[in-house]
Design a protein around this ligand. Structure first.
Ligand code: 13P
Length: 338
């Protein structure tokens, strides 16, 4: 299969109706934070046990189309001693890989950050592809304050995302382009909408400059919501309206799918918001999920670091996958939380 066909085939699988993506690509420091919340020390063996358990969830492939892995996991074997990528393929799930190397302060842009990882990206991606990865993820972050994100940070981060996406496509790997506008802060939903619009506009300008083929990528954005510390929170209908209003302005119809991140929403909020977005009737793009926390939190609590809790963790994993699969079709209702 040519690279082009291969990428189009991968995109089609990832945005399959009733399915979405599981982001299980927490870096070592991030997974340590998640494990600390359930009283588990983050060792290589514990990370392997937990991830192997959730990937082996019976029927996971009915609701999950792709899983984003951290490099360490791609190199690990499951509890049944098969390569993790092989376990996912057996579940009918496409393996993907996080390729950015984290972020840090951006010089001359106080309060803004820039994402690292372009050096050597091509060689790393070639290796990941040989190990079975068919799509990749790169995350940029934007803080909202009175002065952030600066124009400089918006432009620089867009440029980096576009360069990453272009390298992926040159190797037949579908890029997931993730500009995350953070939910932290006191800002209004209107302020969030304004920032999301500027960020996405800059990202699509940069993707165009770098010749990225929109039909062979996915966008992984934040939903438009008020800041987590804002006094009034928005209901799912308000989130859906604000989000679609911005996206219809700045996301070209050629993009096949938008797969939202959960970004600190609770599992129930993330599902209800996605459902409301999908109830708005036909849009140019598939509207699905690529959740980390909102899919895994209940499973992590159920597991709590004990192998004997594996079946309970798998049930919790299956439930959130199923409910988000329904929300991806606009067919979720809170009664289903049961
Ligand atoms: P959350 O859904 O927890 O935001 O994670 C998604 C992700 O991949 C962030 O990079």
């Amino acid at each position: 299969m040519s690279h082009q066909q291969d990428m189009e085939d991968t995109v089609e699988k990832l945005i399959h109706k009733g399915k979405g993506i599981l982001a299980a690509d927490e870096s070592a420091p991030t997974i340590a934070k998640r494990f600390a919340a359930i009283g588990v020390e983050s060792t290589k063996e514990k990370r392997q046990e937990y991830r192997s358990l959730i990937f082996a969830t019976p029927g996971l492939g009915d609701h999950i189309s792709g899983v984003i892995l951290y490099e360490e996991t791609l190199n690990q074997r499951s509890l049944d001693d098969e390569p993790m990528a092989g376990l996912l393929l057996r579940q009918g799930i496409v393996p993907g890989i996080k390729v950015d190397k984290g972020k840090g302060p951006m010089a001359n842009a106080p309060g803004d950050e820039i994402t690292y990882g372009l050096d050597g990206l091509e060689e790393r991606l070639q290796g990941y592809r040989e190990q079975g990865a068919r799509f990749a993820k790169w995350r940029d972050v934007y803080h909202i304050t009175d002065t952030n994100p600066s124009r400089l940070a918006i432009e620089a981060n867009a440029e980096v995302l576009a360069r990453y996406a272009a390298v992926c496509q040159s190797l037949g790997v579908v890029p997931i382009v993730e500009p995350e506008v953070l939910i932290d802060g006191y800002h209004t939903i209107e302020h969030s909408a304004q920032v999301c619009e500027s960020v996405l506009k800059a990202v699509f300008d940069a993707l165009h400059r770098h010749g990225v083929v929109l039909e062979r990528m996915l966008l992984k954005p934040s939903m438009v919501t008020p800041g987590k510390s804002h006094t009034t929170q928005a209901n799912p209908e308000q989130v859906a309206e604000a989000t679609l209003h911005v996206f219809r302005r700045v996301v070209p119809a050629a993009v096949p799918g938008i797969v939202f991140l959960s970004g600190g929403q609770t599992p129930e909020e993330a599902t209800a918001n996605l459902n409301a977005i999908n109830q708005h009737g036909p849009q140019p793009w598939a509207l699905s999920f690529s959740y980390g926390r909102a899919l895994q939190e209940p499973a992590q609590k159920a597991w709590a670091g004990a192998l004997e809790n594996g079946p309970a963790a798998q049930r919790a994993m299956h439930k959130r996958a199923q409910l988000n699969g329904a929300a991806r079709n606009g067919e979720y209702s809170t009664d289903m939380e049961g």
